[in-house]
Design a protein around this ligand. Sequence first.
Ligand code: ADP
Ligand code: MG
Length: 684
Amino acid sequence: MAELNTDVRYIKGIGETRAKALEKLGVYTLRDLIAFFPRRYEDRSVIYPIAELPVGETACCQAMIAAPPTSHRIPGGRTLVKVRAVDATGVLDVTFFNQAYRQQSLHTGESFVFCGKVEGNLLRRQMVNPLMEPEGQHQLTGRIMPVYPLTKGVSQPLMQKAVRQGLDACRELLPDVLPDKVRMAHQLCYVNYAYENIHFPASFEALEQAHRRLAFEELFLLKCGLHLLRSRRVDVAGPRCHAVDMQPFFDALPFPLTDAQRRAIGDAAADMASARPMNRLCQGDVGSGKTMVAAACVWFAAQSGWQSALMAPTEILARQHYENLAPLFERFAIPCALLTGSTRAKERRAILEGLADGSIGLCIGTHALLTADVQYQHLGLVVTDEQHRFGVAQRSALGQKAENPHMLVLSATPIPRTLALIIYGDLDVSIINELPPGRQKVDTFTVDERYRQRLNGFIRKQAAEGHQVFIVCPLVGDGDDLPDERKAVTAYAQKLQTEVFPDLRIAALHGRMKPREKDAVMAAFAAGEADILVSTTVVEVGVDVPNATLMVVENAEFFGLSQLHQLRGRVGRGKDKSYCVLVSQGGSEETRRRLKALTETNDGFQIAEEDLKLRGPGDFFGQRQHGLPALRIADLNCDMRLLDEAQTAAQELLAQDGDLSDPAHRQLKARIEELFEIHAEGLN
Ligand code: ADP
Ligand code: MG
C-alpha cells in the first residue's frame, strides 16, 4: 500500500516518464503531489443551451451528433474533421484539426459535452478543437476544473490526471493533523474533503471550505512549530555576564559607532547581563554595520569568560568575518578561529581542542559549527548572520551546543512588523535604522529594451575602468512554465559572451550549484577574476565585492522591491560611485510605479513597507528564506483574520499541552517535526 512519502512513480497510472516530468515541478512524493495546489480554476460546471453559448468565451454545452463527421485533407498534410451537433435550441459546428481519429469515435445519435472557446455568431455557433467527453462522465466537463502551474513535459490534462490518481491513492492515508476539538470549534472540514475539493471542487462553496481548512492548518502548524522550537528556552537561566564598561572596545574601533549601533549594542548587553538568555534579532539594512554589533556582544561576553560562536551562511562570508574580526580581537587577547567545511583535518583538530579547553574565545564558521564533534568549554553567545538563510531549527541546534546560550540573530532583510511577529515571534528586535556616515547612494535607474545598446555601452565602460558588474539574469519560461535557473543562467552568460562581450571575462552563478562551487565562483569574482558575474538572485546575500560598481537586474518587474533592494546592496560597497539598472520590458503603469519607489529611496524598511502594500506578504513567505515551511496556500494579505483565529487556537492548545505529548496530538506533532525538520538527534 502506498504511503504519503511514496515516490510518485509507483502510484497507479503515473509511472516512470510522468514521474520524471513531475520532478521538474518539485513533485517527488505522493504528499508533494496532493499538496501541489492549483493556480486557478476553470468553471466548466455550467452547461449552456447551444443558443445561449456566450460567443468569445470558453463554455460548455451538451449536444448530440446529428450526422456522420466529414474528413478533409488540407495543405501541409493535415486533416480536418468536421461534425455537426445539435440540442433543442440550436446547431453547433465542431472542427478538429489533426485529430483524424475523431472520425471513428463520433457516431450519429450519441451525446457529448463539448467545452471550448465559442466562435461564430448568433445564428451559427462553432468550436475548434474543443475538449469533449461522453454525456454523464463529468471528468473533464460539467465541473470546476483545476489549472496547475506547469513546466515543459507536463501538460494540464497530465497534471490533472496525476493529481486525481494521487488523491485516489491516499484517500485512506491522510492523517488529520488538526485535533478534532480544534476542527470543530473553528468549523473546519475534514482533511480528505479539503484535499479533494481544493483540487476538484464540487462547488465554489466547497472550494472555499477546503481553502479555509488548509490555510488554517498551515498557519496553525506554523504557530505550533515555532512554539515547539522555542519552548525549550523559557524560564531558564542564561550565561550571566557582568555589566562592564564597553568604552575600551569602542576605543579600539577605527570609526565611531552610529547611534543606532550603540542602541542595539545597549539592548543586547542589557539582555546578556540579565538572568535570562538573550533572544534578539538585530535588523538593519545592508551596510548598516551589524557585524560590529555582533563583535561588541562577543567582546562583552568574553569579559565574563564566555566563548562565542558566529555562524555565517557561506564559507566565503565566514572567512570575510574572520579576516575583519580576528585582528580586532587579537588586541584584546581573545583568540579567534575559522571553522568551515574546507578546514584541513589537522587544523580542525587543533580548533576543536581550543574550543573544548576554552582557549579559543570566538569561533567563526559555517554549518560546520553544528557538527556533533564541535564541543565548547563554555559557550555563552551564539550569533547567526543573515539568519534567513538558516532554518529556524538550525539556529536552535547551534543553541544546543551549550546549556542556554545567548542568541543574537543578524538579518539584512527588513521585514515589516506584522510579519516579523509571525516569523520571529520569539525574538526581541533591535533595528539599525541608520547607515554609517559618508555612504554613497547607489544611483538607480529603470529602463526598458530601447536602452539596451546604451546599457551595454555602460557595462563596457565600467569594465574598461577596471570595475566589475553583476547581472541578474532574465527569468525564462513562459505562461505556466516555471523557469529552469541553471539553464537560464548558463545560456544567458553564453549569449553575452559570444554575442555582446566577447572580450570580457564572464562568470556564472546559480542556485543549483553546490555550496562549494558557489563559494568558489564568488571568491574568484571577488578576487577580480571576472568582469561580469551573471547569476540568479543567489547573489542577494553575499560577500563584499567593493570593486563592483554596477548591478543590472533583468526582468526587474518579476521581483519584489525588497529583493531588488537587497540586490542593489551588492554594489556601492567601495569608494567608487555605483549604479543599479533595473531593466523591465514595457510594463504596466503599476510596474513602473513600483520600480520607481526604488529610484526614490535607499531605505530598506520604507521599501519593505511599500512592498507589503503593493504585493502583499506572499513574497516574504514565498522563498523559504527564513527557514520556515513555505506557506503554500494561506495568503496573509487576505487571510489575516484566519491567521488570528489560527494563532488563538494554537495558543489555546499549547496552553493545555505545551509539548504536544498528549496522544491525541501525535499526528500534529509528527507533522510539525517533519515540516520544521526537527530531528531528535540534532541536525546533522
Ligand atoms: P552589514 O550590516 O551589512 O553586515 P557590515 O557590518 O558588513 O554591514 O558593515 C559594512 C561596512 O561598514 C563595513 O566595511 C564596516 O567596517 C563599516 N562600518 C560599520 N560601522 C561603521 C561606522 N559606524 N562607521 C563607519 N563605517 C562602519
Ligand atoms: Mg553583514
